[in-house]
Design a protein around this ligand. Sequence first.
Ligand SMILES: [Cu+2]
Length: 68
Amino acid sequence: MEKMALKVAGMTCGHCEEAVKNALMSIDGVASVSIAFLEEQVEVEYDPEKANRNHLINAIKDQGYGVA
Ligand SMILES: [Cu+2]
């Protein structure tokens, strides 16, 4: 398992947090997601043989949020 921390812009409430979390959890290989939207902080634990950094970032962008 690998851990990745991302800075995600545009999350303003718990619903945003939930949307990002669901999008990430639906990716094959993602084991856990923890989000603190006030800090714009997203931490993902994933299997690097199934998912990669780009998968994760694209899933967040598809939801309409920015990734720094
Ligand atoms: Cu929101």
